[in-house]
Design a protein around this ligand. Structure first.
Ligand code: SF4
Ligand code: SF4
Length: 145
């Protein structure tokens, strides 16, 4: 286990162009962020509960205690700070199955462009900085009025 930072979970290569989004439905702290063709986890927001890992059909989520994930941890941290938050699952890409298991997707297919996040589906006030820093938004998620 790393000594100088908390453990987090990270999204890795096989999410690219699969992006099934089952993971976002189960995360208790809504710490997934959406790029054009993959998701990432914000390492400072992830509480290391591990709930998302078995939910990923592409088996793309790992604890960063596994060896060789430094590149992915950096990528998750970098893009989680600029891509929009996503907590509501949408349809996966039509060709997701065809790309499941294709090697070296990072080199071939990674897009740094942001995804649409929840905001465009659910009104303009979602996906803003409120989600990141506002505890009330997070606590109210999933509760009945
Ligand atoms: S469930 Fe897996 S493949 Fe789908 S978006 Fe989440 S990490 Fe990516
Ligand atoms: S480990 Fe838990 S908190 Fe972290 S991304 Fe997965 S579901 Fe969310």
């Amino acid at each position: 286990m790393a000594e100088d930072r908390a453990v987090t979970f990270v999204v890795t290569d096989n999410c690219i162009k699969c992006k099934y989004m089952d993971c976002v439905e189960v995360c208790p702290v809504d710490c997934f962020y959406e790029g054009e063709n993959m998701l990432v986890i914000h390492p400072d927001e992830c509480i290391d509960c591990g709930v998302c890992e078995p939910e990923c059909p592409a088996k793309a989520i790992f604890a960063d205690t596994e060896p060789g994930l430094e590149t992915w941890l950096k990528l998750n941290a970098e893009y989680a700070s600029i891509w929009p938050n996503i907590a509501v699952k949408r349809e996966p890409p039509a060709d997701a199955k065809e790309f499941d298991g294709v090697p070296n997707k990072l080199e071939q297919f990674f897009s740094p462009n942001p995804g649409q996040g929840d905001a465009s589906d659910q009104g303009a006030d979602r996906g803003s900085a409120v989600d990141r820093d506002g505890g009330t938004e997070r606590l109210s998620h999933g509760q009945d009025p």
